[in-house]
Design a protein around this ligand. Sequence first.
Ligand SMILES: Nc1ncnc2c1ncn2[C@@H]1O[C@H](COP(=O)(O)OP(=O)(O)OP(=O)(O)O)[C@@H](O)[C@H]1O
Ligand SMILES: [Mg+2]
Length: 304
Amino acid sequence: MSEIITTYALSKRYGDRAVVEDVDLHVPEGCVYGFLGPNGSGKSTTMKMLLSLVRPTSGEITLMGRPVVPQTRHELLAHVGSLIEAPPAYLHLTGGENLRLVQRLLGLDETQVQAAARTVRLQDQLDKKVRDYSLGMKQRLGIAMALARRPRLLVLDEPTNGLDPAGIEEIRELLRALADDGVTVMVSSHLLGEIDRTANVLGIIDGGRLIFQGTREELLTRTTPDVLVDTFDPDRALALSRTRQANRASRVGDSVRVPGLDPDGTARLVRELVGAGVGVHGVRRREQSLEDVFIDLTGGGRTL
Ligand SMILES: Nc1ncnc2c1ncn2[C@@H]1O[C@H](COP(=O)(O)OP(=O)(O)OP(=O)(O)O)[C@@H](O)[C@H]1O
Ligand SMILES: [Mg+2]
């Protein structure tokens, strides 16, 4: 599969502080790439480097198979639409007027901006001033402005930020529809739940370093699931689990949850509990959430 974005050791330093370090992105063409990381982890900086809005300190960027250098930059970025931080529209103009500005600026024809407005389902709201739009409508207008040029790649920095659940779902549906149309979408978020099911490839950045890249399934296999032990004596079971196996064990109802146990560890724990006279009547593997995996990947103590 060809890659629409590839970076090699992409890095950015501000003074002596590294905010993005040795990031090797591999974004396959046609996917929705979810770029996840906590606040301040370097998502926006990385995306701005991809768009030539921030100059990398070192490293290389290849878009659509061609290195981004001064001679190719303009031509390559003509195929890229983006929405970085706040929606770029003029508030005192209507949605339609904003789109016409983009149309003139980029020399597009009318049908292109109309199609973009339909894609984000704003075609009936174009006579309204943007100041009277909801946040979700503003985000959708921003995406329409990015889409008008019919990009091969769309780079969206936290498009669901501040939206209510219905607004988030609308953006999700829109991203899926775009991917079905063959547009590659790179979308960032600091909330796993917002894009995990929309994205088919995930990149996770923490402290400027890419700590995971791959499919959702690959991510889930990277860690061992938690085990729930159902017992007649949860207090003793918890105390024993903590001393023998894991000090992060916790009580869940009448069960004890032991984080990150592989099959051998599970067998050992059950043996020890039964050996100590604690009745065990069930052992279950807990379904792992991406949040759990993230906490494992970052060594615990951090949440996304
Ligand atoms: N122009 C700048 N000068 C100095 N430091 C900067 C600059 N831009 C960003 N940083 C720092 O780089 C780090 C990464 O910032 P960045 O905006 O890329 O993170 P982010 O992952 O997008 O965070 P958020 O989820 O809050 O949007 C932060 O600590 C930020 O303070
Ligand atoms: Mg950001």
